[in-house]
Structures are given as C-alpha cells and as structure tokens.
Design a protein around this ligand. Structure first.
Ligand code: HEM
Length: 421
C-alpha cells in the first residue's frame, strides 16, 4: 500500500520509494490536505505538515530551528551519537549556515549575503545570456538532428558554471563539483543506505582538500572572486575561521546548482505539458518584464524542486492540540504547500501570469534562500532563450523522476531540436 491514513491516531504510512508517488506526489498531498493536514509520519517518526498556512508560519516561527545542539547535547536529547565513519561529512555540515541558528547563523550569513543581493546579482545578466547561447550553439553543433538531454546539456551547466565562476573555482573542476555535490546531498535524503553515506563522506573529504588548497593559493594570489573576499574577512579578525570559510563555500557551490537544475528541468516539461503557456512565453521572448518575473515564480511553485525541510522544536509548544517537546523533529512539505487549494486557485494548473503567488519554494524566515535572486535570474534568462533559439524543440521520451524525495527532479529529459535532417 502506497499510502494509508489512520484518522483516529492522525498517523500516516507513506512510502516515498514507490515510483507512483515520486513521479507524481501531488494527488497524495491533496488527499492529505483534505483529510489529515497535520499527521504523524510512521516511516520517519515525524509530525508532518502539508498545508500552506502551517508550513509558511512554522518556517518563520523562531520556536523552531535548524539546529538543536546549541541548546542540548545529543545525549541529553536521547539522540544516538554521530557514527565516527560519518565524521568527515558532519565536520563540514556543522559549520554550514544552513544548519545553524543565531548568533552563528547571523554572523555567517551576514558575511556572504552582500554578494548575493539582487542588485549585485543583476550584473551577471550578460554573462548568463552568453553562457545560454554558447550551450545552445553546442547542442546545435553536436546534436544536429539527433536527440540531446536537456538536463545534462543545458539545465545542469548553467547554474554550476555560474556559481563556480562567482566563487573562483575553475570551470575545469565542474565535473568534480557535480560528483561531490551529488554524493553529499544524498545525506539529506530520507532512508539513506550505507553506500550513499560512504560516497558522501569520501566526497566531503575530497571537496574539503580541494578547497583548502584553493584557499591557500588565493591567500598568495587574491583574485576578484568570492573566495578571495572571504579570505580577506578571515584575515581581518576572528569573524570567520578557515573551516567555516570552507564549509560555507561548499554550501554555496552545492546549493548554487542542485535545485535550480530541477526548476529548469521540471519547468521545461511542465511547459510542454501546457502548450498554451509554452506558446505564451515563446511569443513573449526573453526580457526582464512583469510577465517573465511572474512566469519564473510559477515554475518555482508548480513542480517544487525541494519537497521537504525539517525543523527542530526549540521550546515546548502546542499545535493543533498536539504537544511538542524540545528536541523533537518535525517535517514541512513545501511541495504540498505550493499546491494548497486554500491559497492557490486551480493549483494543479500551470498559469504563468499567476498573481499573487506566495509559494514557499525558497523557504521563509531567517533561512530564506540566500541564492533566490541568482536562481530567479538564471531561470528568467535561460528558459526564454532556449524557447526562442530552438522553436521546434520537442520532448522525445516520457521523462521519469529520479527516486529521490527531498530533491524532486527528472532523471533526464530527452529532446530533439526539431530540425529536419
Ligand atoms: C531554484 C533554486 C533554489 C531553491 C528552490 C532553493 C531553496 C532553498 C530553501 C527552501 C532554503 C531554506 C531551507 C530551510 O529553510 O530549511 C534555501 C537556503 C539556502 N540556499 Fe537556496 N535554493 C535555490 C537556489 C540557491 C542558489 C542558486 C544558491 C546560491 C548560492 C542557494 C543558496 C542557499 C543558501 C546559502 C541557503 C542557506 C541560507 C540560510 O541558512 O540562511 N540556493 N534554499
């Protein structure tokens, strides 16, 4: 059975590894929203929220957080100790701003924030446009009339090259960056295997070693990149240690592409499944307009790239008649909240001019996505350029979603340019 709801106990059994679920979780979310919007998820031992109102308010509620060990030790909380074989991964993770609460979070976020403000990011517009055209030239030259993988040849290189350039990592390192990142993010999956853990640990080690040597090189020869700027901060006082610098560069390099790839991939397929909307954007063309801004938000909402984020309970509290103790973990399903009919009219329809569009794809509160302006710009530029340059492109095979849950994206997207041979 894929999903079973016990209304009496508010308990749900839901198998995320069932391919019917991970290929289209939305009908199951809808059923949960109607019947049990707050439930105890049996397989994961977590109280879980699928309605927009709860997800959105808990993200902003400071009684919940991404860190717990600043308040109580794992032992005090009755949590098992971190196994020693996983230490290399958690040595990085514990310095990442995403896993910290104030004051450490405020300090670290403050140090990198400036480089990711919308005005700063806007300067990258020309570079991103050039990159998109170069990738399409390559697709045209190499594939001609044969098929190509939109995900591999267009959606993946754009964000990974852009974030690597921002930090100052050479483009030749892109294959390694992708391998390290894909392995490391598996640690955020539910139900991970020992093989996934071993690959994540090995990649953490390699990534740290690589960045340590890059940092040492930049100390001697500073450049105009984010790593050099952060080294300046590190050298100026006690505001940033080298371990923190490396952990947060890894966070930026990984977060800088993993979700954006899925918005581009899921979004392109959604457009082909809504031909009128596809025509609308194609006719509108590239450009920074209210329509293109709204269209980007709708792609972010419609097939949410990151479905679940967890929070620790930081103080005793009550929600919906349920008591929560400090150290309990809860789950927020962003992918469900973005299809909540109480907030979005016709939530299962892609409507590029949807307004208002209060989706929660970038989260909310103090951990609100730092890279949102960059992701938005990349989507706003790359989708219409693709549609304009390849007006006859077609999807050739029914795309299948990867068997992952936190990250919701397609394995591959086989397309043709539509040009006759
Ligand atoms: C469409 C693409 C993206 C989506 C959907 C996305 C989504 C998110 C979400 C939901 C969070 C908050 C997690 C939580 O509250 O638990 C987050 C945090 C973060 N994101 Fe993104 N992200 C995207 C792209 C990017 C990019 C391009 C960067 C580039 C640097 C980035 C960097 C970060 C960082 C550093 C954080 C942690 C912020 C903090 O803890 O204060 N993200 N992202």
């Amino acid at each position: 059975m894929l999903m079973q709801i016990n209304h009496k106990t508010q308990t749900v059994s839901l198998n995320i590894r069932n391919k019917d679920f991970y290929n289209n979780p939305y009908p199951y979310y809808e059923k949960l929203q109607q019947q049990c919007p707050m439930f105890y998820w049996q397989e994961h031992g977590l109280w879980t929220f699928v309605d927009h109102q709860s997800v959105s308010s808990i993200l902003r509620d400071r009684r919940f957080g991404r860190q717990i060990e600043h308040l109580k030790s794992r032992e005090e909380l009755g949590l098992p100790a971190i196994p020693s074989n996983l230490k290399p991964f958690f040595d990085v993770d514990r310095h990442s701003m995403l896993g910290l609460e104030p004051p450490s979070h405020t300090r670290l976020r403050g140090l990198v924030q400036k480089g990711f403000m919308a005005r700063e990011i806007e300067r990258l517009r020309g570079r991103i446009e050039t990159l998109c055209h170069q990738l399409i030239d390559k697709i045209e030259d190499n594939c001609g009339t044969s098929n190509f993988d939109f995900k591999e040849q267009y959606a993946t290189p754009i964000p990974v090259i852009v974030i690597a350039e921002m930090l100052g990592v050479p483009e030749t390192m892109v294959p390694e960056l992708l391998r390290w990142s894909h392995n490391m993010i598996k640690m955020y999956e539910m139900q991970r295997t020992p093989e996934m853990e071993a690959a994540a640990v090995e990649s953490s080690r390699e990534f740290v070693n690589y960045l340590r040597s890059l940092v040492h090189d930049r100390r001697k020869r500073p450049q105009q990149d984010l790593i050099s700027k952060l080294i300046e901060v590190e050298s100026a006082g006690d505001r940033l240690s080298e371990d923190e610098l490396i952990a947060n560069c890894i966070l930026l390099l990984n977060a800088g592409h993993e979700a954006t790839v899925n918005v581009l991939g899921n979004g392109m397929v959604a457009l082909f499944n809504h031909p009128q909307q596809l025509t609308l954007w194609r006719n509108h063309g590239p450009g920074d307009t209210p329509f293109s801004k709204a269209a980007v938000e709708e792609l972010l909402r419609f097939d949410t790239p990151l479905h679940q984020f967890n929070r620790w309970v930081l103080e005793p509290l009550e929600i919906g008649g349920q008591h929560f103790e400090i150290g309990q973990e809860i789950a927020l399903i962003l992918g469900a909240a973005n299809r909540d009919p109480a907030i979005f009219q016709n939530p299962h329809l892609l409507q590029l001019d949807r307004h208002p569009n209060p989706h929660v794809s970038f989260g909310g509160g103090i951990h609100y996505c730092l890279g949102a302006p960059l992701a938005r710009l990349e989507i706003q530029i790359s989708i219409p350029i693709f549609l304009q340059r390849l007006p006859n492109a077609q999807i050739k095979e029914h795309p299948v979603y990867a068997n992952t849950y936190h990250f919701h994206g397609l394995e591959s997207i086989t397309m043709s340019t539509g040009v006759a041979g």
